[in-house]
Design a protein around this ligand. Structure first.
Ligand code: NAD
Ligand code: UD1
Length: 337
C-alpha cells in the first residue's frame, strides 16, 4: 500500500513518514522545501533503513502532481504541506491563501483525476478560536482570528463539500493541539527558521544559549498561575494517530473530524519548570505583555479519537521536554548543524 505524504520534510511530516515506514507502508514524499531541509529526508531514510522516493515538488504545480500520480498508484494521501506561521500570514495573506488553499485544491483535483480518494488532512485547534469552555469537543463552534487559521477553516469547509458531493471521498480532518517533542533518536525534530514563534523551540534555544531569555506573554490570564494553558502533545503520539486514521479510512465513508491532543492542559510556567527539572537547566524568563490574538486556555477532549480511532496520547510532558532537548543538543543549528 503506497501512501503519498505531502510536506514530508517538515516537522510533523518527517515523523509521520518514519511511523508509516515502520508500520509497513510504502511511502512517496513530496515537499518544496520552503520551510524544511533535504537533510530531514536523508535522516528518515537512515533512521528507518528504508529508501523511498522523494520529489522536490510544489503543490502549486499541477503538472508536477500529474507526473507523480501517473507514476504511482496511491492508496491514500497524508497532507501536511502548508505554510503555518500566524504572524507571517497577517503580513503576506496572498501567499498563505494561495499556497494552502490552491495547493489543497490542486491536490484534490489530481486525486480525483487519478481515482485516489482517501485523505488525511492536518487541521489545527486554531479553528476553535477562543472557546467558551474547555475541554474542547469537535462539535464546538468554529471561528478564526488570523489568515493562517482561516486557510485551515476554508480547507475544512472545502473538504466537507467535496465529501458531500460524492461518497467515494473518504476524509479525516485531524485538529492538532500543540505538537512538541521529537523522535527519541534525536535525529529528526522541529527546525524553525529564524526566531521561533512557538514556545518549546524558544525554550530549547534559550537552554542552549542561542537566546538570552524567554519572554512569557502575560501572567494575568484566568489560569492557575496566570500564564496561558495549552494541550502539549508529543509529535510521535500525534503521528501515531495518523496511522489509526488511515486504518479508519479503510472502513468508513464520508468525512470525520478528530481532535489530536492529550486532554491535559499545562501552563507556560508548567512547561518551563518541567523542562528545567528534566534537563537541570535554568530558563531565564521575563513576563511581558500578552501576545495579541492569544487565548487563555486551550485543551482538547480526546474522547472521540479514543473511542473511534482507538488512539490516545501516551507520552508525558517530561518525555516531551526530554526529547525536545535531545534534538536541540544534538543539532544546535537544526539540520544545518
Ligand atoms: P512544517 O513547516 O515543518 O512542514 C510543512 C512542510 O510543507 C514544509 O516542509 C514545507 O516545506 C512544505 N510545504 C509548504 N508549502 C508547500 C507546497 N506548496 N508544496 C510542497 N510542500 C510545501 O510544519 P509542521 O509543523 O510539520 O506542520 C505540518 C502541518 O500541520 C501544516 O499543515 C500545519 O499547518 C499543520 N499544523 C501544525 C501545527 C504545529 O504546531 N506544528 C499545529 C496545527 C496544525
Ligand atoms: C500557535 C498558533 C496557532 C497554532 C499553534 C500550534 C499563534 C497566535 N497561534 O498557538 O495558530 O495552531 O501555535 O503550533 O501563534 N508563549 C510565550 N512566549 C513565547 C512563545 C509562546 O509565553 O516566546 C506562550 C503563548 O503566549 C501561549 C503558549 O506559550 O500561551 C503557547 O504558544 P505557542 O507555542 O506559540 O502556541 P499557541 O499560541 O497555542
Amino acid at each position: 500500500m503506497t501512501i503519498l505524504v505531502t510536506g514530508g520534510a517538515g516537522f510533523i511530516g518527517s515523523h509521520a513518514t518514519v511511523e508509516l515506514l515502520e508500520s509497513g507502508y510504502d511511502v512517496v514524499v513530496i515537499d518544496n522545501l520552503v520551510n524544511s531541509d533535504i537533510e530531514a529526508i536523508k535522516r528518515v531514510k537512515e533512521l528507518t533503513g528504508i529508501d523511498f522516493p522523494f520529489y522536490q515538488y510544489d503543490l502549486l504545480s499541477y503538472k508536477q502532481l500529474q507526473k507523480l500520480f501517473k507514476t504511482y498508484k496511491f492508496e491514500a494521501v497524508m497532507h501536511f504541506a502548508g505554510l503555518k506561521a500566524v504572524g507571517e500570514s497577517i503580513e503576506i495573506p496572498i501567499n498563505y491563501y494561495h499556497n494552502n488553499i490552491t495547493g489543497t485544491i490542486n491536490l484534490c483535483r489530481v486525486m480525483d483525476e487519478y481515482g485516489v480518494n482517501k485523505l488525511v488532512f492536518s487541521s489545527s485547534a486554531t479553528v476553535y478560536g477562543n472557546p467558551s469552555t474547555v475541554p474542547i469537543y469537535e462539535t464546538f463552534p468554529l471561528s478564526v482570528t488570523n489568515p493562517y487559521g482561516r486557510t485551515k477553516l476554508i480547507i475544512e469547509e472545502f473538504l466537507k463539500d467535496l465529501s458531500a458531493s460524492n461518497p467515494k471521498w473518504r476524509v479525516v480532518l485531524l485538529r492538532y493541539f500543540n505538537p512538541i517533542g521529537a523522535h527519541e533518536s534525536g535525529r529528526i525534530g522541529e527546525d524553525p527558521k529564524g526566531i521561533p514563534n512557538n514556545l518549546m523551540p524558544y525554550i530549547t534555544q534559550v537552554a542552549i544559549g542561542k537566546r538570552d531569555k524567554l519572554k512569557v506573554f502575560g501572567n494575568d490570564y484566568n489560569t492557575h498561575d496566570g500564564t496561558g494553558v495549552r494541550d502539549f502533545i508529543h509529535v510521535v503520539d500525534l503521528v501515531k494517530g495518523h496511522i489509526n486514521a488511515l486504518n479508519f479510512l479503510e472502513k468508513t465513508i464520508g468525512i470525520e473530524i478528530f481532535n489530536l491532543g492529550t486532554g491535559q492542559g499545562y501552563s507556560v510556567l508548567d512547561l518551563i519548570n518541567t523542562f528545567s527539572s528534566v534537563t537541570s537547566i535554568d530558563i531565564p524568563y521575563e513576563i511581558v505583555e500578552r501576545r495579541p490574538g492569544d487565548i487563555a486556555i486551550c485543551y482538547a477532549s480526546p474522547d472521540k479519537a479514543k473511542k473511534i480511532l482507538k488512539w490516545e496520547a501516551e507520552k508525558s510532558l517530561r518525555d516531551m521536554c526530554k526529547d525536545s532537548w535531545n534534538w536541540q543538543i544534538n543539532n544546535p543549528n537544526g539540520y544545518r548543524s
